[in-house]
Design a protein around this ligand. Sequence first.
Ligand SMILES: [Zn+2]
Length: 160
Amino acid sequence: MGDTMGNTDESGVIPLHGPDGRGPDGHRQRPPHAPQPWEKTDRAQAALEGATGPEPPAPPLCPTCGLVGDRCVTYYGWHVLLEPDLRMPAHRVPPWHRWYVDSDGTAWNSRDDEPAPGAVCRVPHRITCPGLRLQEPGLHHRPPTGDTPPGPSDPLPRAG
Ligand SMILES: [Zn+2]
C-alpha cells in the first residue's frame, strides 16, 4: 500500500460524462434504467449457459455452498462462476457446461458444439457444487416413480 496518488475518494461519484464528451449524438441519451432490447436475450442466454454467478461488486462466492469461484465475465456481460484451477477434457463435460476463457479473461460457452479432439475446457462451479445437484427437481421434471402414469401402451382392464 505504498500508493500515494491522492485518489482516496474512489467511493465517490464517478462522472458519467466528460466535460467535452459531447459529440453530434450528444443529445441521444439513454435513460439509465430503460430495458434494453437485447437484455432479455442475454438473460436467457445467461440462464441457459449458467452464467448466473454473483455479479460484482458481490464477492465471487457460490450462493449455495459459499466456496470461492473463479468469476469470469462473458461476452454478454454476465458473470459465470467457474471452478478454480479445474480443467477437464472437453468431451467428458456435458454440452452447455464447456467453458473457455480467452486471453483477456472473457469466458464463453461452447454450448452443444462438439469439442475438438483433445480440447480442454473449464467447468462451471455449479456442476461441481457440493450444495447443488444437477438433478434438481425443476430441472428435470419427472413424475414420482411410484406412480405409473397412464399411457397408450397400458392394457385395458380385463373384463373378466
Ligand atoms: Zn457451490
